[in-house]
Every structure is written in C-alpha cells, then in structure tokens.
Design a protein around this ligand. Structure first.
Ligand SMILES: [Mn+2]
Length: 246
C-alpha cells in the first residue's frame, strides 16, 4: 500500500482538491481516486478556521467511511468538534466558530446528516495509525516511540496535543517538549499540528502541517518515495502563526 499522508487541511477545500490533482488522483463522483491505488491518509484537523470545513468533512467521510479508499486519524480540532456534536459545552473559538457557523447555515436535514457522518468518522478512527507495510506511524501531533502500540488516555493526549508539560507560555500557548529531536526509532512518524513554513524532518519524523489555513501551503508526504508535494494556499498569510523550530 503506497500512501500520501496529507497535512492539516482546516477547511481548505480548494487547496485539497488541487493537492489531489498534483498527486495524480482523478476526481470521480465527487471523490478522488489514484490510478495506482495509492491511499490518502489525513493527519487530522480537517475542519476549523478555513472557508469550507463542512465540504472537507463530507469528502473525508465519503472517502474514509463510505468508500474505504482513504484513512484518517483525528486531531485536537476534530476532538472538539466531536464534543460539540455530542452536545457538550465547548467554547466556540480557535476556529471552531467557523465550522459551527457553516453547520448552522445548513437546513435541519443537512445538519442531521453532517452530524451523523462526522460522529461515525470520528468514532471509527484509531487514535493513530500504524502502517506496517511502509514502516510508518501517522499521528496528529506525533507519538513517542514507547507509546506506539499502546492506547489509553496518555496516548490520546499525546497524539492530539503533543508532548505538553501542562504549563503555558506568557501568551497562553502550551509549553511543548520537542519529542521529535530525541526520537531514535526507525519507523517514520508522520504528523502535523504545529504550523511550519517548510516540512520539518527530524530524525525519522516529519511535520507536514505547513499552515495552509494561515496562507502558506498544503503538503503531502508520500511513502515509499519519501518525498513531499505541496500546493500553495489561497488564504491570507498570517506570519505570526509559524514557529521557527531548528
Ligand atoms: Mn492540531
């Protein structure tokens, strides 16, 4: 199974369609199929902030759940949207407000359908995905070597939020340890979550969240080729969202 892992889409539907085209997928009946049977793997955070979160949600649902020609792991934004759909009290900020506004603009029948689809997508998703054939692991915010193969609350927190310490910077951002720098494993760890201007490779890890929703680009990482493919963003560039990581 050859794979194309796709970074945080965040509602950037046009850029996602463009990326599929550049990767050689063909559009058929509103889904994207690769002539060589390649499998797209979404690294999570498919909604929020961008212009077309519901369209992305429905495309990912159709490809992953209905047609089973793609895979998906959840991100922290997915987790929060799921809790919103469960009826839990969640704060409508950090981009969730845009997805909820799109959702509330739909009629009742469409809302029922969208909610049902996302719940199924989220509930059937693994916390992270081990792709043995490619000796790779896909996890939204990454994963430490000793957590691979495990499940549970600690693993869930790590794959959704990264290696957080529980403390915050003065601007409110959580302090995160740089787990990728000390990663010693031989499996590829493919992740997103922290926007970077260029895909960041450290040891055998790669961060492919190139901040499409903040105006940079949408990136895929292909295995076994070990190459990245990006398309430019159509969104406004927001420089302060990008981290300078060495
Ligand atoms: Mn994230």
């Amino acid at each position: 199974m050859k794979i194309d892992v796709i970074g945080d889409v965040h509602g950037c539907f046009e850029e996602l369609k463009h990326l599929f085209m550049v990767l050689g997928y063909k559009e058929k009946d509103n889904i994207f199929i690769h002539p060589d049977g390649r499998i797209p793997v979404f690294v999570g955070d498919i909604t929020d902030r961008g212009p077309a979160s519901i369209a992305v949600l429905q495309l990912v649902y159709t490809m992953v759940v209905k047609n089973k020609i793609a895979k998906y792991v959840p991100g922290n934004h997915c987790n929060k949207l799921y809790r919103f759909f469960l009826g839990n009290k969640v704060q409508l900020k950090h981009g969730l407000e845009t997805t909820v506004a799109e959702f509330e603009a739909r009629n009742g029948k469409e809302q029922t359908e969208i909610k049902k689809q996302f719940k199924i997508l989220y509930e059937q998703a693994p916390l992270y995905l081990e792709i043995k054939e490619q000796n790779a692991v896909v996890a939204h915010a990454g994963i430490k070597e000793d957590l691979i193969g495990q499940t549970g609350k600690r693993v869930q927190t790590f794959v959704l939020y990264g290696d957080i310490t529980g403390e915050s910077h003065s601007d409110g951002r959580p302090i995160r340890r740089d787990w990728a720098k000390s990663y010693q494993g031989n499996k590829w760890i493919i992740y997103g979550h922290t926007p970077v201007l260029e895909p960041r490779i450290k040891n055998k890890t790669i961060n492919i969240d190139t901040g499409c929703v903040f105006g940079n680009k949408l990136t895929a990482f292909r295995l076994p080729e070990e190459e990245t493919v990006s398309v430019p963003s159509l969104q406004e560039f927001v420089e302060e969202k990008f981290r300078n990581l060495d």
